[in-house]
Design a protein around this ligand. Structure first.
Ligand code: AMP
Ligand code: GLY
Length: 457
């Protein structure tokens, strides 16, 4: 039986796609991999694994783009026992968890308990993303540089902290709030309104404002050892020039040229973050009995006083991953498997990173992020794919019965360009994007524009 047959037997799944497998199971180095997730980040991960041409890959729930590179089944990926039973039945060697929801639901715990190697931290360790106070506590115990913060349980306490730190004011909900929990404002009144709103759900965090450029540094961890990918930058605001509302991310690029002058290159920067942030956090979490195995996303601000952590995520970042993986010059499967099995220390200390550049541009629906219009026809994806050095990674897409590709959410797809320089990579990406048409779709025309100039000068 195929994975889909087994899944169907379990009742909770419906086959949506079955791409042909071009694999020889049991071949040397071949791994049977179950990927969880359905976004462009997961498409990037699956595409990297597929490009190794050795593995048998199944993705749940996937999307039509992922279905061109792996078998795709529909399965409730937030159900720990369902995922574990399925993984056992189907003899997967490795499960790779993309988004945070299955982590928070304890899917990695259930798989580990069943002895199945899983890339992604336990529910307890994923608190480093889910709870900002948990993250602040770990950082304080581990001596990791971060901004000052006060936990406020009442509006009076929030007001006192707001006045202590002064403007601009930073007020955050403590738990996962789908990106809506953070407010950065010059208005004391707005800061207090935001605090009052989120206090209904529990204590809020008032933080010192950190001034500087943001950098995302991804670090693999097996609970003990760490290995760093190259740093990247993403674009959180909807509109060019960093205007408009916050989004899940409108684009990203790597390398990050300003790190060269300031830190003597990206490798030196990554090493600094490993030494000052990732390793101390991983050590501290292991000591606390909640070892972190998976991808530690260090969200940093480079201030004039040095680097500061603003957040951790317990998973690959979206959309940075879509650019970063283009520069990884060694098999991704090895890194995921080694992180899942505590053997990262067997791999060389420095990852093989290509000296190239990658830029990813997000194409979002009309009305995104507030009032997303879905069900629009997507045309031109094959034309974009025919352009040189272009990848199209799908996210909110679905296929109608007549095989038409249509939009099904806010961030529809990513177009990724790679080149020798950032300027070249972004030219390829925008050329690819120009071939795709979706009524009303929006994108930023200035992704990596400054960085390309910075790199040239
Ligand atoms: P977070 O959810 O904590 O990552 O915050 C979302 C965004 O708000 C960050 O990417 C920053 O752009 C901004 N932000 C968060 N905390 C701070 C801070 N302490 N100082 C300045 N900007 C911040
Ligand atoms: N790029 C931001 C995130 O993945 O949370």
């Amino acid at each position: 039986p195929t994975a889909t047959d087994t899944a169907l037997r379990r009742g909770a799944v419906i086959c949506v796609h079955a791409a042909p497998r071009d694999v020889v199971p049991g071949e040397a180095g071949a791994v049977r991999i179950l990927g969880l997730g359905s976004g462009a980040r997961e498409h990037a991960i699956v595409a990297a694994l597929h490009s190794e041409r050795a593995h048998s890959i199944v993705t749940a729930p996937g999307n039509p783009g992922i279905a061109t590179e792996s078998e795709v089944i529909r399965l409730d990926v937030n159900n720990p026992s369902l995922v574990t039973d399925f993984a056992k039945d189907e003899n997967f060697d490795l499960v790779v968890i993309g988004p945070e929801a299955p982590l928070v639901a304890g899917v990695a715990d259930a798989l580990r308990e069943a002895g199945i190697p899983v890339f992604g931290p336990s529910k307890a360790a994923a608190e480093i993303e889910g709870s900002k106070t948990f993250a602040k506590d770990v950082m304080s115990r581990a001596g990791v540089p971060t901004g000052g913060a006060r936990l406020a349980a009442t509006l009076e306490e929030a007001a006192a902290a707001i006045d202590e730190f002064g403007a601009p004011y930073v007020v955050k909900a403590d738990g996962l709030a789908s990106g809506k929990g953070v407010m950065v404002t010059e208005s004391r009144e707005d800061a207090l309104i935001h605090a009052e709103h989120w206090l209904a759900a529990g204590p809020v965090l008032v933080e010192e404002f950190l001034d500087g450029q943001e950098v995302s540094q991804f670090v693999f961890s097996d609970g003990v050892n760490v290995r760093a990918l190259p740093p990247a930058q993403d674009f959180k605001r909807l509109l060019a020039g960093d205007e408009g509302p916050n989004t899940g991310g409108m684009g990203a690029y790597t390398p990050v040229p300003f790190l060269n002058d300031r830190f003597g290159g990206e490798r030196a920067f990554s090493k600094l973050i490993v030494d000052q942030v990732a390793k101390p956090v991983v050590d501290e979490m292991r000591a606390a009995g909640t070892p972190f195995a998976g991808l530690l996303y260090c969200g940093l601000i480079v201030t004039t006083a040095g680097i500061r952590v603003i957040e951790f995520n317990a998973r690959f970042g979206d959309p940075e991953t879509q650019a970063v993986l283009e520069r990884l010059d060694q098999p991704l499967s090895e890194l995921l498997y080694a992180s899942a099995t505590g053997t990262l220390g067997h791999l060389p200390e420095e990852l093989a990173i290509a000296d190239n550049a990658a830029v990813t541009i997000v194409l979002a629906s009309e009305g995104y992020p507030e009032d997303v219009q879905s069900g629009r026809t997507i045309s031109g994806v094959p034309d974009a794919l025919a352009e040189p050095n272009v990848k199209v990674l799908q996210a909110a897409t679905t296929e109608r019965d007549d095989d038409t590709l249509v939009t099904s959410g806010g961030r529809i797809l990513n177009v990724v360009g790679t080149g020798a320089t950032i300027a070249e990579a972004r030219a390829f990406a925008y050329q690819g994007l120009s071939r795709i048409h979706i009524d009303g779709a929006q994108y930023r025309a200035d992704i990596a524009e400054l960085a390309a100039r910075e790199q040239q000068s």
